[in-house]
Design a protein around this ligand. Structure first.
Ligand SMILES: NCc1[nH]cc(CCC(=O)O)c1CC(=O)O
Length: 442
């Protein structure tokens, strides 16, 4: 890095201290932002690792407060002046405002869609009835189940390495992840299918980053401003306003995506959202269009319509992981009882994934190897606490020749017009094995 011009405007004259968690994804995201900041501001930027309770405590993540602990620790470091800037996966941020902090920038968004990493290059359409598909997100689970493909949705947790490892090791037929995470980790070539947003909507703000700094730190805010992308900010504003208005958390079965809508002169936004029962038995899907300048209002309006459709019941349904999902026959890895979860690495990717697992204590996966994670992925105590399954992050074993990674196309333009599809009731395929569905996470 080049310490071109340390100091500058305000700050202490030293380098900009960017607080980051130590997970591979968090570090990758932070480094990307740091690089951009160095280029645009000419200031030196250093990464400062912030250890969170979630990284240290061996207790299951959900017992120490869920993903919120990661965000909370970074914010605490900010407020205490230990770091000047924090980079969050936007979808993991609570919708409630953080006193004393500001959203300094929303950089250009990465592909917001969910993707599939399937064994043998399998895409969604290749999966047979009963195929075991892993995800820990109620949002993904609900939408996958609602597809009616007879998939056996298995509750999994952990960072990208861990989750992809379930497929590599043959324990699962596929896992669903955020395209953005894999891309930022340079692992997009492992993707075997990109889930169409008409089937599975991503979590609000998925694929976007949020740069946060102290409200009174003008120098840092100014440096960050250069990275802000108005389009990404508008879209995420709409999606998160919807989430907030639904009073749903990051683990609720709520998907949303705002995209530029075709129209004269631009400035139009189309917001599509889904609220689903985790067992896939009910799906509320609606969309609205409006002025990009009124993004938040768009989100609130769509939320109001969904609430009028009965969304509140479904949102509440998202919480107890052991109930709805298990009741629907949600399977789990390694022959674990239904409702069991593979809880391994609540790492960078652990966000909204562990939706409301509070009720369902993690079922220990069959002891396999020592909890040694890959060198790249520091083993979080939490993941160490639960014997991880074999982890082979970069194993290309997944992709058989001739299966090009399909994840390259950008999100389809304006797919859904202002159409509303209230209450698409679908019965989850109740196969004999008692579990069929898929999911999508927040
Ligand atoms: N659930 C946690 C999480 N938080 C952010 C990402 C990916 C990056 C992003 O969405 O910006 C992920 C992993 C995933 O959902 O697969």
């Amino acid at each position: 890095m080049t310490a071109a011009e340390v100091g500058g405007a305000g700050a202490a004259g030293g380098p900009l201290r960017l607080g980051t968690r130590r997970s591979p994804l968090a570090r990758a995201q932070s480094e990307m932002v740091a690089e951009r900041l160095r280029a645009t501001s000419g200031r030196a930027v250093v990464l400062v690792e912030v250890t969170t309770q979630g990284d240290v405590d061996r207790a299951p993540l959900r017992q120490i407060g869920g993903t919120g602990v990661f965000v909370a620790a970074l914010r605490e470091a900010l407020l205490e002046g230990r770091v000047d800037l924090a980079v969050h996966s936007f979808k993991d941020l609570p919708t409630a405002p953080a006193p004393g902090l500001v959203l300094a920038a929303v950089p250009p968004r990465e592909d917001p869609r969910d993707v599939l990493v399937g064994a043998g290059g399998a895409g969604l359409g290749d999966l047979p009835v009963g195929a075991r598909v892993g995800t820990g997100s109620p949002r993904r689970a609900a939408q996958l189940r609602a597809l009616g493909l007879g998939l056996d949705v298995v509750d999994v947790r952990g960072n990208v390495d861990t989750r992809v490892g379930f497929v590599t090791s043959g324990r699962l037929d596929a896992v669903v992840l955020a395209s953005a995470g894999l891309r930022r980790l340079g692992r997009h070539d492992e993707v075997t299918d990109v889930l169409d947003v008409d089937q599975v909507l991503p979590a609000p703000a998925q694929g976007a980053l949020a740069l946060e700094c102290r409200a009174d730190d003008d120098a840092t805010a100014q440096a960050c401003a250069a990275l802000d992308d108005p389009a990404a900010r508008a879209a995420t504003t709409a999606e998160r306003a919807l989430l907030a208005a639904l009073e749903a958390g990051c683990s609720a079965p709520v998907g949303a995506l705002a995209r530029p809508a075709a129209g004269e002169g631009g400035g139009l936004l189309e917001l599509v959202a889904v609220v689903a029962a985790t067992d896939g038995s009910r799906v509320l899907r609606r969309s609205v269009r409006g002025d990009e300048a009124e993004a938040a209002e768009l989100g609130r309006r769509l939320a109001a319509e969904l609430l009028a459709d009965g969304a509140a019941d479904l949102v509440a349904d998202g919480a107890p992981a052991g109930s709805a999902a298990a009741g629907a026959g949600g399977g789990s890895l390694g022959g674990l009882p239904a409702g069991g979860a593979l809880d391994v690495a609540p790492d960078a990717v652990a966000g909204p994934d562990h939706g409301g697992a509070a009720a369902a204590p993690p079922v220990e996966p069959p002891p396999t190897r020592p909890p040694v994670d890959t060198p790249v992925a520091p083993v979080l105590p939490d993941e160490a606490g639960t014997p991880p399954l074999p982890i082979h992050p970069s194993s290309p074993a997944l992709r058989p020749a001739g299966t090009p990674p399909p994840g390259s196309q950008p999100p389809p333009g304006g797919t859904s017009s202002t159409r509303r599809t209230p209450g698409t009731a679908q019965t989850p395929p109740a196969d004999a094995r008692g579990s069929s569905s898929q999911e999508s996470e927040a």
